[in-house]
Write a protein that binds this ligand. Structure first.
Ligand SMILES: Nc1ncnc2c1ncn2[C@@H]1O[C@H](COP(=O)(O)OP(=O)(O)O)[C@@H](O)[C@H]1O
Ligand SMILES: [Mg+2]
Length: 290
């Protein structure tokens, strides 16, 4: 079983390695940046001495890491190639592409009847300013491919909105605006593996951004059946098998704000008895058998 990871000694990768070893399977960790893809001669994909298609039955993907458009497309195409040739990849590459792109994933969720905040996306700063007014002049602007709350900004002032939109567009960014949902400083992370939520937490913060990586406190949470169903449906719509589903509870009910296809679980593991790495590895093994 392979683990595609940018940091072999990172906390989650180490947990996965241990969970795989517990099953008497040898884990092989490698990095996208070490892989060779060959066309019209073999091995078609290798890392050092490992022939990925011959030597592995399954691969778990950890974060795809930063890179240029060329590097990211190569990494994704490599995953697609491996999947086409029969390697079980968790998460499937298509689901990673959908989930990392907030415009793509939120569309899919909404089209499938799941509740999401009103959101507007454009490349044009003048149009973005109109959307800022449409959305009630209290918006969260997020990077389309962001994570860990980095770069997400709450804007309530039209002058600041104008400056921010012009700046983002100067750097060829896409303007992703979402109505601000008053959530009282907490949200929910549901961790879906396969077709169930294996653990969940409430994240509380003095800040409106409740990412654990920004200092929010994780609290254990017994998820209601309603939210569990919501999280599992969301993961299914996007096609992710291992997913961190972020849910805000607004005044009108729960809203899904994003799906993480490469979620970390260190914070969550600190508030749950379930061994999350074991759950992931058992799921991968069950998929291999089916
Ligand atoms: N529309 C919103 N209204 C209020 N808070 C939000 C909204 N969107 C995001 N947040 C807060 O910002 C955090 C980060 O946003 P999220 O969409 O999950 O992006 P990231 O990929 O950076 O985690 C969320 O956990 C939540 O606390
Ligand atoms: Mg998030």
């Amino acid at each position: 079983m392979g683990i595609m990871t940018r940091d072999q000694n990172g906390w989650c990768s180490t947990q996965l390695r241990k969970a795989i070893e517990k099953q008497n399977i040898t884990p092989i960790c490698f990095d996208y940046r070490e892989v060779i893809g060959r066309i019209n001669y073999t091995p078609e994909a290798s890392v050092k001495k490992v022939d990925i298609l011959q030597d592995l039955d399954a691969m778990i993907t950890r974060p795809i890491a930063r890179g240029s458009v060329e590097q990211l497309l190569f990494r994704m195409d490599l995953l697609h190639k491996l999947e086409r040739h029969g390697l079980l990849i968790i998460n499937p590459p298509l689901s990673i592409e959908r989930a990392v792109n907030k415009y793509c994933s939120l569309n899919l969720l909404q089209e499938n009847g799941l509740p999401v905040p009103r959101t507007a996306v454009t490349e044009n700063p003048d149009e973005a300013l109109k959307c800022f007014h449409e959305l009630g002049e209290d918006v969260v602007v997020k990077p389309l491919f962001g994570s860990r709350g980095l770069g997400a900004t709450r804007i309530t002032d039209p002058d600041i909105a104008t400056r921010v939109f012009l700046t983002i567009s100067f750097y060829h960014g896409v303007l992703y605006l979402q109505e601000f949902i008053p959530h009282g400083g907490s949200d929910i992370r549901a961790f879906v593996v396969g077709d169930r939520v294996v653990a969940a937490m409430r994240r509380t913060s003095t800040n409106w951004k409740t990412n654990v990586s920004l200092g929010a406190k994780p609290l254990s949470l017994n998820l209601s059946e309603e939210l569990e169903t919501l999280a599992v449906k969301a993961a299914k719509v996007v096609g992710c098998k291992v997913t961190g589903v972020d849910i805000i509870e607004g005044p009108d009910g729960p809203l899904i704000i994003e799906l993480n296809s490469q979620p970390g679980w260190k914070g969550l593991q600190s508030v749950t008895k379930t061994n999350i790495a074991d759950e992931i590895v058992s799921y991968v093994l069950s998929e291999l058998k089916s």
